[in-house]
Design a protein. Structure first.
Length: 263
């Protein structure tokens, strides 16, 4: 098996991605690289590693689905180029969101509330402002591309329209989330809840890990932020210092002990 590192593989793949898709691919693969370790041999990566990363991404939503698509595209490239013997993409399966967590889409309850930290709300507002600015830019790109009257083979127009669709969909998602957002913060209860930081010990390995428990839309494995809807998050919610829990995750059952809870 090749000794190429994950960081090197990401760099090679990004060189092949052109246009607006490049930034999105780079952002997600940078998260994956920091989570797994950019200097670790790619050949050591296994399906359960990818499944664990999918778990940390949170439940299926328009945003996590777009992020997952970037990672799957990366693994398809690695298999095609012979860097990996097996396409690891199929192991990246997002959990289906429950109706209460889904929030967007035709099947969602209009009264659904989203638990978000203050930082999460601020981040969504910043992203929304950026998307509003991108919306203006992409409209101008479409206007220029349409000056070419041959629409049958107008690649710039196709790219711009695709980007516009993604931007508009994300704007709708964020506006809906902000409309339903319920900000959670310090509660002083000593129990694990959204907005707190919890330190746990893996009872099998003895490894200690610190997690920030956040709403499903804020999850970011690279930053140590896990969703309250993820297997680990759901198992820890409501726990206090000293509690032991079993987490049924895609990679198997893990036993954890809560060492500390900080609001």
């Amino acid at each position: 098996m090749t000794e190429i590192t994950l960081g090197e593989a990401v760099a090679s793949y990004i060189d092949t991605v052109k246009g607006p898709a490049r930034r999105a691919a780079l952002a997600e693969l940078d998260r994956l690289s920091r989570w797994y370790g950019p200097d670790k041999p790619l050949g050591a990566m296994r399906g359960h590693d990818v499944a664990t990363y999918a778990e940390a991404m949170g439940p299926s939503s328009p945003e996590t689905s777009r992020r997952a698509a970037q990672v799957r595209g990366f693994f398809v490239f690695l298999k095609k180029e012979g860097v990996l013997e097996q396409n690891l993409g199929p192991h990246l399966r997002l959990k289906k969101a429950t109706k209460a967590r889904r929030g967007m889409g035709a099947g969602a309850d209009a009264s659904t509330e989203f638990e978000l930290t203050k930082e999460g709300v601020d981040a969504l507002q910043v992203e929304l402002q950026s998307l509003m600015e991108q919306r203006i830019t992409v409209r101008e790109d479409i206007r220029r591309a349409m000056l070419d009257k041959d629409f049958r083979e107008n690649a710039p127009l196709d790219v711009a329209k695709n980007e516009q669709g993604q931007i508009e969909a994300r704007i709708r998602d964020i506006e809906e989330m902000l409309k339903r957002a319920v900000i959670v913060g310090a509660g002083g209860t000593g129990r694990v809840r959204v907005g707190c930081t919890v330190t746990v010990t893996n009872l099998a390995s003895g490894r200690e890990t610190q997690y920030a428990i956040v709403g499903p839309t804020e999850a970011n494995a690279a930053d140590g932020k896990i969703s309250s809807a993820s297997p680990v998050g759901k198992a820890l919610i409501g726990c206090v210092e000293g509690d032991e829990v079993e987490v049924d995750a895609p990679a198997g059952v893990t036993k954890l002990r809560v060492e500390s809870v900080k609001d």
